[in-house]
Design a protein around this ligand. Structure first.
Ligand code: C2E
Ligand code: MG
Ligand code: MG
Ligand code: MG
Length: 294
């Protein structure tokens, strides 16, 4: 487009491109240091049963506190990490830290035996044939059974994934960990991958949750997603639940579990334990009966 708008335009365009590239390179350098200096953290957001408000688990979300710039959102630095070949190192660090923390919470009695952590994994991580063996070793090391671990991946992993990725997914499922499709509904209209890969559940993207109870089309989309998921034996978690109206609408169409600011944002481990320990341990030890989890 720059070339259609004359030479002056083109120079401005190039300058701002240059600034953007420099910005990314600066962040990449800083991110390498952050990883080395342990300036990354993991925050935990409850995954709750809509009916009771009691957490069944939590999602582990990476946080980066830049010494000068303050917090940098994952939306900004995850893509940089992917381009810079840092995502494996970051993903590995987050997963180990989360599993270590869950091991501690389990041994302290902060969480019940079925409480699970859901951890985001990038496509690149899932193309590593060693991943299942590594994850299995970490679970043993930290005393975390496989049903207490979920891995979240985007639809693109299954649509673009190689045969290696496919094998990795089957081996992970063989271990007994849950495999969840993150941001479900945003990527592809073809749903064939749900049959082809051993996924155990979907997380309905926040963009479909926002309009619930107000926008009739969103209600219908979510209703259809739930019907299909349950027919396929998949669990359903709704993302980005912010209002009681959204929770009611989700409950009405049969969604069992949700995540969102209505119950709490992602917080550091100690804060999570303080806020949720009594609720998690005090709640009835109901198995996830409504979930068709194997
Ligand atoms: P995601 O996996 O879909 O995570 C959910 C995002 O929604 C999180 O943003 C969470 O803080 C935010 N959220 C939760 N409840 C609400 C709500 O009620 N309203 C709104 N507006 N937002 C809510 P966050 O932590 O900024 O992470 C953004 C994305 O970055 C994640 O989306 C995930 O794709 C990626 N990410 C985060 N941690 C990791 C990681 O360790 N590894 C990888 N590969 N990606 C990660
Ligand atoms: Mg996620
Ligand atoms: Mg998500
Ligand atoms: Mg999302």
């Amino acid at each position: 487009r720059a070339k259609d708008e004359g030479p002056g335009r083109s120079i401005i365009f190039d300058t701002s491109m240059h600034t953007q590239v420099r910005e990314r390179i600066e962040l990449e350098v800083a991110l390498r240091q952050a990883l080395a200096k342990e300036q990354l953290h993991v925050a935990y957001q409850p995954l709750v049963r809509l009916e009771t408000g009691i957490p069944v688990g939590a999602e582990a979300l990476v946080r980066w506190m830049h010494p000068e710039r303050g917090p940098i959102p994952p939306m900004t630095f995850i893509s940089i990490a992917e381009d810079a070949g840092l995502i494996n190192a970051i993903g590995t660090w987050v997963r180990k830290e989360a599993l270590r923390q869950l091991g501690v919470w389990r041994s302290e009695g902060t969480v019940h035996d079925d409480f699970y952590l859901s951890i985001n994994v990038s496509p690149r991580q899932l193309s590593d044939p060693e991943l299942p063996l590594i994850v299995s070793g970490e679970m043993v090391r930290y005393g975390v059974p496989p049903h207490c671990v979920a891995l979240e991946m985007t639809e693109s992993v299954m649509v673009d994934g190689s045969s290696v990725t496919s094998r990795v997914l089957f081996e992970l499922r063989e271990l007994g960990v849950r495999l969840l499709v993150d941001d479900f509904g945003t990527g592809f209209s073809a749903l064939g991958y749900l049959r082809k890969f051993p996924v155990t559940g979907v997380k309905i993207d926040r963009s479909f949750v926002t309009g619930l109870g107000v926008n009739h089309e969103d209600d219908e989309i979510v209703r259809a997603v739930v019907a299909m998921s349950h027919a396929l034996g998949l669990s359903v978690i709704a993302e980005g639940v912010e209002t009681p109206l959204q929770r009611e609408a989700l409950y009405a169409v049969g969604v069992v579990n949700g995540q969102g600011w209505l119950w709490g944002a992602a917080v550091p481990a100690d804060e999570f334990a303080q806020r949720w320990r009594d609720v998690v341990m005090g709640g009835p030890a109901v198995p996830e009966i409504l979930e068709n989890q194997s």
